[in-house]
Ligand binder design. Sequence first.
Ligand code: 13P
Ligand code: SF4
Length: 312
Amino acid sequence: MVGFDPKTADKETLTAEINRLKKEKNAVIVAHYYQQDEVQEIADVVGDSFALSKYCANNDADVIVFCGVHFMAESAKILSPEKTVYLAEARSGCPMADMVTADDVKRLRREHPEAAVVCYVNSSAETKAECDVCCTSSNAVQIVRALEQKEVLFIPDKNLGSYVASQVPEKTVIPYEGFCYTHNKITVEEVDEVMALHPDAELAVHPECRGEILDRADFVGSTAQIIDHCTKSDSRTFIIGTEMGVLYELKKRNPDKKFYLLTPRFVCPNMKHTRLYSVYNALAKGQYEIEVDEDIRVRALGSLERMLELGN
Ligand code: 13P
Ligand code: SF4
């Protein structure tokens, strides 16, 4: 549209333009639960990391516009190399994914030659290429339990790794030292304070939080599992221990229940860059395309496919 400015256009016009371009390019818009409400609203599918990986691997679109962070769009490209994958905002990285490198994995393998290396999906393609299997927060316990090796190196998240170790005591799980700034900074004092205000509430938290917080939780799970749990639970009030974006889906599915964010500090700045105009720009200007070196892609695909097999 000549003279069209997506940053100043009204929401209705912008939405209509996005839908027109989507149809023209046979594109799908996928969004993580931490995205801004306006992005979740327009997406064809909203989900946790595992559901989005599966969705991207199993649809016949030509173009995927990924509204999330870099490793998620990269996983989509690894699983669907024939599709054009755009990350809607180039600045959207995940600092935890950058805390471990392929060289770190090679070193760990030399130090623990008998161990399996399990790689949280929050990691680069290069790192995934050096690992045995990927996992997400929704299936990490299940995947580690299913491995034949007794010793497991878990990278990069120390909190998820420690949680898995506590749930799979028959294995020796060695967590790496990575973490998520957004989840790891939450303190027990904040938990105690909010629980004192809402003593009847259930506490549902993401396993990227520290162990002492998980110990106080009624439920621990991925974003999708938290949403599912709160929807099915008979409780009426919940304290939510993960990024604020999940409140959109929680409130949509449960208009009669009350949800309190554990703390207003629960914001992932990387996830918040993406706006409706970013989605438009991705489709209209073909930005920001994700490319993965073919040798790395094929090796990383092995780790992701093994996850999809074991995680189903
Ligand atoms: P989920 O797999 O639970 O969606 O989490 C991804 C993530 O980045 C959490 O910080
Ligand atoms: Fe990465 Fe943490 Fe943001 Fe998740 S919440 S995308 S782990 S920085």
